[in-house]
Structure formats: structure tokens, C-alpha cells
Design a protein. Structure first.
Ligand SMILES: CC(C)(COP(=O)(O)OP(=O)(O)OC[C@H]1O[C@@H](n2cnc3c(N)ncnc32)[C@H](O)[C@@H]1OP(=O)(O)O)[C@@H](O)C(=O)NCCC(=O)NCCS
Length: 178
């Protein structure tokens, strides 16, 4: 899947040490830049690495897929996940999570390309509904551009990395006929 001549989107089968380090670089810069994506400051590299190793174990159990955006040198500049693991009465549903683009790679369409590829992957897996939540207004505009519907806002849902409560917005996208 090509986004432009410079960026390639790839669905990873497993995470080796190179991928863990590259993903941690992106996660650390996003959290240190203020993104509310489950982590508080200060965030250590050890904590970031442990998160991606847990993600790798979950991928190996077939609970989720992870896609990366890589630049021409093969450096990971962005990532997104689709979580398949849902209750048995929701086999048609997936959850989009951890869309992260390195600050230096933003505003070039990398996030949009990752989202398109994640949706395509979900369609290929037979999913008809995707859901997500986000505390990021830039991300919310991106989702809206790609046809996601805004359900509403939950106030005081989580903490910003530096502290202080932040709200989250719930969105969904029906994939049937996409
Ligand atoms: C949200 C996030 C993933 C967006 O990634 P991104 O790669 O910058 O996304 P895109 O480039 O596709 O779109 C971002 C903006 O750049 C614009 N853009 C895209 N390609 C462009 C180009 N070639 N030239 C100029 N602008 C461009 C888009 O129109 C969009 O504009 P807008 O902010 O006015 O709506 C990124 O900001 C991020 O990682 N944030 C921190 C982590 C986070 O909070 N993630 C959300 C979790 S749900």
C-alpha cells in the first residue's frame, strides 16, 4: 500500500526489536507532545517498549493487527491498530486504536493513509463496523473527512499526560458497502 513515493503503509505480522524501538520512538514523541493515548508523563523508554511487547503478544494471539507507515529509509513514522478481540456477540465489530504519527511526519497525509489502510484491513477481515474514541481534535477532523460519524462526548474521561481531566469523543463508521 503506497501513500506517496516517500511513505509506505505496511501491516506487520510480528514486532521484532527494530519495530519495537521504532514504535517507541513515535509513542514517546507523541506523549511528550501532549497526546492523550493512555500514558502519563514522565514516560520512560522501558515503559514504551513494554507496551509494544504486550501489543506484539496480543498480535500473536490474533487479537489485533498493527500497521505502520515507513519513510523511504524504512523508519517508522506512524502506526495504527485494529483490535478484533470483542465479545462473542460482536464478531462483526473492530476498534481502531493508537493512531500515532511522529510530530515531524504530520500534515502530509500519513494519518489519513494509515486510517484508510486500517479500514481496508477491517473490510478484508469481514468487519462491518468500526468504533473508536479520541481526545484529539486534529484526529477528529481526519476521521470526519473519512466518513466517521460522531456519537458524542464523554466529559472527564481520562487525564492529559501532564495531568488534568480531558474529554473523549466517540465515533463509529459502518463499513458495509464501503
Ligand atoms: C492525529 C494525527 C494521527 C494526525 O496525523 P497526520 O499524519 O498529521 O494526519 P494527516 O496529515 O492525514 O492530516 C492532518 C492535517 O494535515 C493536512 N494535510 C494532509 N496532507 C497535507 C499536505 N500534503 N500538505 C498540507 N496539509 C496536509 C490535512 O488536511 C489535515 O488538516 P487539518 O488539521 O486542517 O484537518 C497526529 O496529529 C497524531 O499522531 N497526534 C498525536 C497522537 C494522537 O492524539 N492520536 C489520535 C489518537 S485517536
Amino acid at each position: 500500500m503506497k501513500q506517496s513515493s516517500a511513505i509506505t503503509i505496511r501491516c506487520l505480522e510480528y514486532l521484532g526489536e527494530r519495530e519495537v524501538q521504532g514504535l517507541s520512538d513515535v509513542l514517546l514523541d507523541c506523549v511528550e507532545g501532549g497526546a492523550s493515548v493512555s500514558f502519563m508523563l514522565p514516560i520512560t523508554r522501558g515503559k514504551a517498549d513494554a507496551f509494544w511487547r504486550d501489543t506484539a503478544a496480543s498480535m500473536a494471539r490474533g487479537e489485533r493487527v498493527l500497521l505502520v507507515a515507513e519513510d523511504a529509509a524504512g523508519t517508522i513514522v506512524g502506526t495504527i491498530q485494529v483490535i478484533w478481540a470483542q465479545p462473542e456477540n460482536q464478531p462483526h465489530r473492530g476498534e481502531v486504536a493508537k493512531m500515532l504519527v511522529h510530530p515531524q511526519a504530520r500534515r502530509q497525509g500519513v494519518g489519513a493513509a494509515l486510517l484508510r489502510a486500517a479500514e481496508q484491513r477491517a473490510i478484508s477481515a469481514g468487519k462491518t463496523l468500526l468504533v473508536l474514541d479520541t481526545a484529539n481534535e486534529d484526529a477528529e477532523r481526519l476521521y470526519a473527512r473519512q466518513g466517521w460519524q460522531r456519537v458524542g462526548v464523554i466529559p472527564d474521561y481520562a487525564l492529559w499526560p501532564q495531568g488534568g481531566l480531558c474529554s473523549t469523543t466517540i465515533l463509529f463508521k459502518a463499513l458495509r458497502g464501503a
